[in-house]
Write a protein that binds this ligand. Sequence first.
Ligand code: ATP
Length: 359
Amino acid sequence: MTKTFEIAIFQGDGIGPEIMAPTLAVLESMSGLDCAFSFKDLPAGAEHYARTGDALPEASMQAAEAADAILLSAMGMPSIRYPNGQEIAPQLDLRERMGLFAGVRPVRIAKGQPTPLKLDHGQEVDFVLVRESTEGLFHSRKSPDVRANEAYETMKITRETSEKLFRFTFELARQRKAAGRGPGRVTCVDKANVLGAFVFFREVFDGVAQDYPDLNADHTYVDATALWMVEKPESFDVMVTENMFGDILSDLGAGLMGGLGLAPSADIGAQNAVFQPCHGSAPDIAGKGMANPFAMILSAAMMLDWLAIQHDHAPLAAGGTALREAVEAEIAQRTCVTPDLGGTATTDEAAAAIAARLT
Ligand code: ATP
């Protein structure tokens, strides 16, 4: 009997629902996956908070935990905040509650893809940034120590989470190497020349690296990494870093890829995984039908990749690759793309063009 995967859906705020609907339509249009999807809408987000006073109902959290995977669209609204002024960010609560320690942010520039980088003709970029997503400098975000004339945040690095994070990262580099997508190198990005917490982070990394003699392990400082991501992006394969550094470097990666509308992500834990675009809810273009759906669709492709590994399901792995390649082909040729990529297509038309490439 065909397996049905239960997918929890968070529609999000602003452009969130506009990019989610056509993404689900693309998934439903795909043939040859040898499985079915059952999508379940779960309430959460800034608009939901404005209506109910609850940004992430417990029932939504539990239903998401029970699902096979979670697809989450752009969430949050700068105009809707908690009484202390912080933005509504249920995606952060999901990461912490489900222990989604590995934030996977692929940086891929295929041939023909517009990029601010000066790449040699035909040169491609293909590396992955793994961002620790449950501790680091985000640790004290719910209880910042803000006084009259000074303010403190605490960075937390634990051996337990760091070891899981590094093992995940080395395994990812190994999978990429086996798939012919990288040389099998893991780079630990830190600031060990200044902060003791990063000396600890690096020591844990070096310890885990011992278990992967088939891979290369090296270190870079975060500031130099920002420079090298621009100057020699081809030198990276898989890099791993702390939460705040990863937050910043992943937006840099999105910029290199030609914009936020193209950057997908996955937040992965031991049991659960959330797939969502890197961008926010873009209130400036919400309701206009011009949001780029590609980051959401690429996030769905990452979901297919992850489900394939979890369930040893080859057709899903093929589907994930086909979906990513269809988006890359469209970006290279730009026959039906949204205004941020220089086109005139609507969100739905751009997504439909991807579905058409898959048939
Ligand atoms: P957050 O802090 O919630 O991640 P942000 O401050 O990074 O959000 P975004 O909502 O991501 O801001 O928007 C930044 C800019 O990028 C805006 O001008 C927005 O219109 C644009 N943008 C973001 N996502 C898309 C998209 N999918 N398609 C087109 N433009 C987008």
